[in-house]
Design a protein around this ligand. Structure first.
Ligand code: ATP
Ligand code: LTN
Length: 334
């Protein structure tokens, strides 16, 4: 707890360009959470170097992501938005937690298996202990809740195991985090293969709408979106392509699927795709404008980055000092 609020932590990697899926499924829903929770959103750049990165590009992407957090509506006065690498406590706690994590547990992580298959020439120890760093992120802030996608639930589970193991030895040091299952946005699917989720690492650029796509590109991608053969706008299992477009249109306009079916009764896919494209353009436009303004205001952003890192560090150090004491490190002279 911080004050009378529960703590929420989440992070995103600055790899790849954010998609409409990331926005509708995560970012957009994060905006209102600060009323109920004390929120920390990190750009997890320590995690990013588990696969090889171009340094200039990583720096640029990390800044872009942090700027996008703000452009998407996260108020940096109410949410702590910071770079993981600016708070050294993440790495320090990760080391300690490494000594409370078993090889066998890490060996079972499916993301490690997937990523080592994908990067067979660089199976480094960081990739293996990635979940321990993630545990450190969460436990450092004594987070009660963590909004994550399904693919990260296994990492949240190991975080809980590590925390419980530590607490069993040293007393109640860590809050045991729960996955955040509140109001989550729709799962947005690929525009080209609607049985696969829209993902920023998809190699086919037509499959994903990126938050920085210009209106023409957005409209073109929706025109080319794979649809089904029924020819009518109906929300059903047999039409995964149309269902996805209805989900997107609904998320952008606030309309229900029944309202959307009614709106497009008797109309073909062409009209519907245009409307979906336009609704996405309407959502992205203000976000892109805000992004451009923020990017120009270097002094403002730098100030936010510094202020928020200091705030994160304050809470991180509280936990870290407690943990260091518990495991038996000598106290510092005051
Ligand atoms: P990658 O392709 O690199 O795995 P990703 O696009 O799948 O990335 P993540 O970084 O894994 O995205 O996820 C960031 C957040 O966005 C998570 O909270 C996740 O649940 C959400 N998210 C990602 N893709 C979608 C999607 N298609 N629909 C809804 N939410 C999504
Ligand atoms: N592994 C996560 C990103 C991440 C994270 C976290 C999410 C790193 N640390 C802590 C929630 C809490 C991912 O790739 N989506």
């Amino acid at each position: 707890m911080i004050g009378d609020k529960k703590v929420l932590f989440s992070g995103m990697q600055a790899t790849g360009n954010l998609t409409l899926g990331n926005y509708l499924g995560a970012l957009k829903n994060w905006v209102s959470l600060c009323d109920e929770y004390e929120c920390f959103y990190s750009v997890v750049d320590l995690h990013s170097i588990t696969v090889r990165q171009d340094p200039a590009e990583l720096r640029q992407r990390a800044r872009k992501l942090l700027t996008l957090y703000i452009a998407a509506g996260l108020d940096p006065k109410k949410n702590c938005l910071y770079y993981q690498s600016h708070v050294s406590g993440h790495a320090e706690l990760a080391w300690i937690l490494n000594c409370f994590t078993y090889m066998g547990e890490l060996n079972r992580m499916t993301q490690f298996k997937d990523k080592s298959a994908k990067h067979a020439d660089n199976i480094n120890a960081g990739l293996f202990t990635y979940p321990v760093l993630m545990a450190a992120d969460i436990l450092l802030y004594q987070a009660d809740v963590v909004p994550v996608g399904k693919d990260q639930l296994q990492h949240l589970e190991i975080t809980r195991d590590i925390a419980q193991r530590f607490n069993a030895i040293y007393g109640d040091v860590f809050t045991i985090p729960e996955p955040y299952l509140g109001k989550t946005g729709a799962k947005i699917m690929s525009l080209q293969e609607p049985d696969k989720k829209m993902s920023k690492s998809d190699e086919n650029a037509n499959a994903s709408v990126y938050l920085m796509d210009d209106p023409d590109t957005v409209m073109r991608k929706f025109k080319r979106a794979v649809t089904d053969s029924e020819g009518c706008v109906r929300y059903c299992e047999e039409q995964p392509g149309i269902r996805n477009l209805i989900d997107i249109y609904g998320a952008c306009t606030g309309k229900t699927s029944a309202e959307i079916e009614k709106e497009f009764e008797g109309k073909g896919y062409g009209d519907f795709k245009m409307a979906v494209g336009e609704s996405v353009v309407a959502i992205l436009k203000p976000l892109q404008e805000r992004f451009a303004e923020l990017e120009k205001d270097k002094g403002y952003l730098d100030g936010i980055i510094k202020e928020n890192a200091e705030k994160a560090e304050y809470y991180a150090l509280k936990t870290l000092r407690k943990v260091q004491k518990k495991v038996g490190f000598p106290e510092r002279a005051r």
